[in-house]
Structure formats: structure tokens, C-alpha cells
Ligand binder design. Structure first.
Ligand code: HMG
Ligand code: MG
Length: 306
């Protein structure tokens, strides 16, 4: 079967710029400007937005205003706000903030997990018992991330079977979907095909999503492989907001405009108005005060004269 036989009528875009994007900015963006970004994203037709994190403010000071974001950002009918949540304290904050959804996160590689949440993979999964089940019991939906599946900055190659076991555990604890993370933006299409074949041999496609960072320009190529394999949810960050302040030139998640431009051009709908999304990207660039790496963000939707 070719890609053209496999193309769906529509896919879901899960927007992460207010969280994954802003957590990597060197300076902390004022709360009201973050709210402006979320409002612009909602206006573009995006329906799933990760608006902040309820993690330790000592670890991620850029998102220390998560409670305020949850409290003051106007809700829009049909739009689900989510937030990262590492532990029971995070869940408490999510409930106080009236969130409908949270996302737990863990790495497929031991060292990255230790550096990210100061715990072993085993202890992190055990700790999620205080988060996922109780959140579901209180009416929240819980998403899971498995990071570093395509490679770890400390350990190099990662055995995807370790990530698969983690994904099973996240689903069995109550996550409705697990997003597979190329945290380093290092994956290539054949590797993506191998990883997805493994996951899809044991997990249904609607329970999986792709979270591709575009650090080396391969995110869209990997996403096309995902489409072909049946994945229907893709994470993205407007303008490609993100990257690492300590690694000049490093890009963030795949830019939402690039993803939507490609999908619409292939006849796959997203429910997003691309022109309004481009405007949201301009808001993102304005609030962080620098140019963003997204290709459509830079070139515009149409580059031909007339
Ligand atoms: P710790 O220091 O080991 O734990 O941090 P702790 O329990 O001893 O807590 C330390 C302090 O933080 C205490 O305060 C706690 O109360 C407080 P103190 O007593 O010192 O004043 N604290 C909290 N405060 C607010 N909200 C909370 C919370 N929890 C503890 N929820 C911890 C462990 C997990 C908290 C920490 O390591 C942490 O917050 N890590 C977050 C790291 C992070 O956000 N990384 C980026 C997101 S992951 C990512 O980007 C990958 C992804 O995009 C997918 C991909 O790309 O692959 C998702
Ligand atoms: Mg990420």
C-alpha cells in the first residue's frame, strides 16, 4: 500500500508551543503575553493546546506561573487545555486550575529520565499511580509522553522495546494516548518506520501520537511515515517555538504552520485556519522578541508573486 492509499481525511494537531516552546526560552515571558499566545492559537482553530506545566518552578522557572495561566486564560468551547504534570502536587494544581486534561512524561532512557525528573524510570512509573488513576477518577483525561525514543543525549541509541513497555504501563494506568517523543530531533524515516511498526504491532494507532522535534530538519519526513503507518495525532509548536537556549541554532518541535501547510496540501484536513495560524506564529515571535525557525512562518503561506 502506498502513502496515497493511506491518507486520512483528517488528523488532530496537538499544540505544545505555550509549554514545550516557552519552557526552552532563555527569558521568562510575562503571563499576560502567554495568555495572548493561547488566545491566538484558539482563534486559529486548534482544539488541543498544552498551555503550561505544573512542574517544580525551581526546575522550570519559565513556567512558574502555571496556576495563573490556568486561572486567567479564557476557555473556548470545544478547545481542550492540557498541562504537564509530574506528580501528585502537579495534579493538585491541575485540579485547582480547572484543567480538563493533564500529561505525564517519562523517558525511554534511564539517564535522561534521571536528569529530567530526578528519579529512575521504575520509580517514575510507580509515582504515576498517584497521578494517572486519581486524575481519571476525578474526570480528567491523561496523556502520556515517552521521550528519547529516537535517541538519548546521554546514552545514544535507545532500545524502543524499553519505550514500548513504558507505553503499555502508561495505557494500563489510564492514559488515553501516548505521544512518542523524538526529543533530540535526531530521527530519520527508516528508524521511524521501525519504531512505529514495533509499537503498532501491540498498540492501536489512535492510542499513539508523534512528538517530533525538528532540530535536524527531519520532523516532517518522520511525520509522513507516521501518516502512512496510521498515526492520526501529531504534536507541533507554532513557529517552531522551542529549542534550547544553550544550543544556538537548535530548533524546537515541528512548526505547526509547516505541519498544517503540508497536510492541507495533501488534502488532509486539520480544522485549523492556516492564515490565522500564521498570525498566531507572529504573536509567538512578538512575545519572545526574536525570529522563529518555522519555514512557513518565515516564507508565508504563498511565496509566488500575485
Ligand atoms: P525533585 O527536586 O526531585 O523533587 O523534583 P521534590 O519532590 O524534592 O521537590 C523539590 C521542590 O519542588 C519542593 O519544593 C517541592 O515542593 C517542589 P521545596 O520544598 O524545595 O520548596 N515541587 C513542586 N512544586 C510545584 N509543582 C510541582 C512540584 N513537585 C515538587 N508539581 C520534579 C522532582 C519531578 C518535581 C522535578 O524534577 C520537575 O519538576 N521536573 C520537571 C522537568 C521538566 O518539566 N522538564 C521538561 C518537560 S519534559 C519534555 O520537555 C519532554 C516532552 O516535550 C516530550 C519530548 O520532547 O520527548 C514532554
Ligand atoms: Mg518535547
Amino acid at each position: 500500500m502506498s502513502l496515497f492509499d493511506a491518507l486520512p481525511a483528517e488528523v488532530s494537531v496537538y499544540e505544545v508551543s505555550p509549554r514545550d516552546g516557552l519552557q526552552n526560552e532563555a527569558v521568562t515571558v510575562p503571563t499576560t503575553r502567554k495568555v495572548r499566545l493561547v488566545e491566538a492559537l484558539c482563534a486559529s482553530g486548534l482544539r488541543r493546546i498544552e498551555v503550561t506545566s505544573f512542574v517544580s518552578p525551581k526546575w522550570v522557572p519559565q513556567l512558574a506561573d502555571g496556576d495563573e495561566i490556568a486561572r486567567i486564560t479564557p476557555r473556548v468551547e470545544g478547545v481542550t487545555f492540557s498541562a504537564l504534570c509530574p506528580n501528585a502536587r502537579g495534579l493538585e494544581r491541575a485540579l485547582e486550575g480547572g484543567m480538563e486534561e493533564i500529561a505525564v512524561f517519562i523517558s525511554a532512557s534511564e539517564t535522561h529520565n534521571q536528569k529530567n525528573v530526578n528519579k529512575t524510570v521504575e520509580d517514575t512509573l510507580a509515582g504515576f499511580r498517584e497521578v494517572i488513576g486519581p486524575a481519571v477518577a476525578q474526570g480528567l483525561r491523561v496523556r502520556g509522553y515517552v521521550s528519547t525514543l529516537w535517541g538519548c543525549p546521554y546514552e545514544g541509541d535507545v532500545d524502543p522495546r524499553a519505550g514500548l513497555q513504558i507505553a503499555h504501563e502508561l495505557l494500563s494506568q489510564g492514559c488515553y494516548q501516548v505521544s512518542l517523543g523524538d526529543t533530540l530531533g535526531i530521527g530519520t524515516p527508516v528508524q521511524t518506520q521501525r519504531i512505529l511498526s514495533l509499537f503498532l504491532s501491540e498498540i492501536d494507532a489512535p492510542q499513539l501520537a508523534l512528538h517530533m522535534h525538528d532540530t535536524r530538519g527531519t520532523a516532517l519526513a518522520n511525520i509522513v511515515v507516521g501518516l502512512e503507518q496510521g498515526i492520526r495525532t501529531f504534536d507541533a509548536s507554532v513557529g517552531g517555538l522551542g529549542g534550547c537556549p544553550y544550543a544556538p541554532g537548535a530548533a524546537g518541535n515541528v512548526a505547526t504552520e509547516d505541519l498544517v501547510f503540508m497536510l492541507h496540501g495533501m488534502g488532509v484536513s486539520t480544522g485549523v485556519d492556516l492564515e490565522k495560524l500564521v498570525q498566531a506564529g507572529q504573536v509567538a515571535a512578538a512575545i519572545v522578541g526574536h525570529e522563529l525557525p518555522g519555514k512557513v512562518h518565515r516564507a508565508g503561506v504563498r511565496s509566488l508573486p500575485g
